[in-house]
Design a protein. Sequence first.
Lengths: 317, 317, 317
Amino acid sequence: MKQFITVKDVKDIDALIRQGREYKANRLKDEALGRGKRIGLMFFNPSMRTRLSTQIAAKNLGLDPIVLNAGTEGWALEFQDGAVMNGTTVEHIRDAAPILGSYFDVLCVRTFPKLASREEDESDHVIRAFIRHAGIPVISLESATCHPLQSLADLITITEHFQESRKPKIVLTWAPHIKPIPHCVANSFTEWMLAWGKADFVVTAPKGYELSPTFAGDATFTDRQNEALEGADFVYVKNWSSVSEYGKVLGQHPEWMLTEKHLSRAPKAKVMHCLPLRRNVELSDEILDGPRSLLTPLATNRVWSAQSVISEILRNR
Amino acid sequence: MKQFITVKDVKDIDALIRQGREYKANRLKDEALGRGKRIGLMFFNPSMRTRLSTQIAAKNLGLDPIVLNAGTEGWALEFQDGAVMNGTTVEHIRDAAPILGSYFDVLCVRTFPKLASREEDESDHVIRAFIRHAGIPVISLESATCHPLQSLADLITITEHFQESRKPKIVLTWAPHIKPIPHCVANSFTEWMLAWGKADFVVTAPKGYELSPTFAGDATFTDRQNEALEGADFVYVKNWSSVSEYGKVLGQHPEWMLTEKHLSRAPKAKVMHCLPLRRNVELSDEILDGPRSLLTPLATNRVWSAQSVISEILRNR
Amino acid sequence: MKQFITVKDVKDIDALIRQGREYKANRLKDEALGRGKRIGLMFFNPSMRTRLSTQIAAKNLGLDPIVLNAGTEGWALEFQDGAVMNGTTVEHIRDAAPILGSYFDVLCVRTFPKLASREEDESDHVIRAFIRHAGIPVISLESATCHPLQSLADLITITEHFQESRKPKIVLTWAPHIKPIPHCVANSFTEWMLAWGKADFVVTAPKGYELSPTFAGDATFTDRQNEALEGADFVYVKNWSSVSEYGKVLGQHPEWMLTEKHLSRAPKAKVMHCLPLRRNVELSDEILDGPRSLLTPLATNRVWSAQSVISEILRNR
């Protein structure tokens, strides 16, 4: 694996899950792997779980992580080839990325979509420019389109909590939010579910919130949440803004907030969310503080997800 | 010791002082204690000495410190149980804290009082919410009410600089400032002095600046600064805002600025201040640049104070 | 070497270059030198390359770097002796610096000129106050007047790329920019060239952009860029604001942007720039993306420059 931006970069999802679970059982088993190597963590957007879990994962592998808060430190990069830089950008990615490539062995980048142009966001031009110009492996810490470290943690969590021989029923359900939210987590979860192929998977959201086919492919979609939730083993709750009316909030839909009542016909359903979340807007307290919630174990698994991916990158350079 | 928020969390103050002084003599003697463990340093408010000294103390113990600037990175947490989070807060402490608890072995938190409501500040609800929900030991790096790592450093400094068999006379004297300042350092110094019990201790401040009995208990108080300073061995200088007219500055009182003249009847008095300080407002240059000042040794002792507390926490998990 | 602020602090430039190149060949050869020591990196102004390269250099020497973003964290220091601090500054350098001196073994400081008063900037009062009050060696990460770690990296790069027995011709050429830029890199490059003395060196800039004689001494200066560039082996491109009309931009001079056409009579010329740079304003894409560019190797050499200086400081305490 030379880069980790989308599930398409992964040869063997199950091996990556398995390795993550092995690190969970023995976090220092590959402590020597990254010795003397350096990993850069560049944040164009803020992060708590992703930053911490990746720092910890890197250190578990003996790597030395260095954090760069490009966003808050106002490092305005230019991405347009041929630009005459007489405006607000202070450095071109063509000049900056190769230097990061010389300082680090692996580069991790977080960047959010602007939600202004679907074409621009789906091109994922920021992280792809780092890949093109840095000359070292690049790991997405969430980009304009996907959040693959989250999806791998999702799968580690699901496989830990489902031991039956049948396929689990997994539902990705849209939840209300007060502002326009990127599609990354939903896109990624869906494309990983499809690529993994070991679940009975359905996406449910109000009409107008269908995901982009680029990521959701032919995943089953319904706007009848109740039907979707019936018999679910795992319910992944997440808000996202509209794709067709790009980046817009089409209505509040408070009835989509997940409560115990919604799960009356899914007695075994475990509930997941990538966090951060708006309590009593996306999900009710009763679920979050009750036995269905997998939120803390899921966030904890972000460490093992990151460690599995960094390890794979280090081995395959 | 499972938490370190107030002097009430400490079983044996003298043992903690002694251990701090042992680390000062041999800073790496417990280098193996924290090996493979992680400590999170979360700042809701800025910090220089506290951050650096705690990072260094952690590393001396072989621990890996990770800093989170929750304040500047705008991570707006919700603390109200049952809140419908459709406003400005983005994550609930009930969801965030357990994850920090899973990433770290020890969590350090700095948070300031708002100085708007005495009741709210004295409840110390932010740091207490971390204690309640993180599931790991929590160390205060200054909270809404107290600054115990400072007080322990104060005591390390006092015991280093006083070898006589009699009790030292220690005076906490209010000093002028240009804006409303929290009570934490004064509260803490007073409650540690009372709990330690080995000093002849007096608090002096203008009328209206009496400390909260919650922390100051039955400490001797006088508004006659000159009498209080007479024969002092240690003079701790600090501004705080009013408690009775909560968070207010009741007047400038420039005559309370500590100068050599104020110490004319305290020839041996050493002067302390937690820093940062306003020169020639709180304390005069002549004192700060003269032989009475213990400010640099005191700030240096912040390392040994933190190291003693972290060590105690690690041993008693 | 007790401090590294200007070339005047260096006894043997060639030894420092040689040591830098040795670290490039074997970066961990002095891994034990800094073991158990601490280096503080204090930034009053933002930094990418300087921060990363110094962190990496420190770690290569076994040192533990701790970064302080004094600028973004709004730590307003007072530098005026005798100040009555009833304004916006919160701590005096006389109080802050000795504490940093007690926490660290080496202190690195970055601070920019304000470009308001030549006298104030040339006094370099911020970094000199740290030297005066910290009591430990201070390394400039760029100050109000100079950027010596950059100049040492420049010389490492030049010596790597020039094997002939004759003196290389080295040209420092002014380039357009859209806003007023400090003189530090140009000052430093010039004073290092003069002190090194092994090049045929010329500075070229439009009239009004002559450098300060404090740094440029009797360096050859011409406003005829074409003549200066003729036969050049190395062309260092950099903008700076006026010195005589202090801190001002005297005109755009777009014809000074370096392009291939400018180098028609310098076929072997390699091009350098300290970065960040404004593409197609200071330098053309054709040069930056062509074989003349030494920009990435130069920025990479910042690691070895910093490592050589820190190592020298550690050995000579």
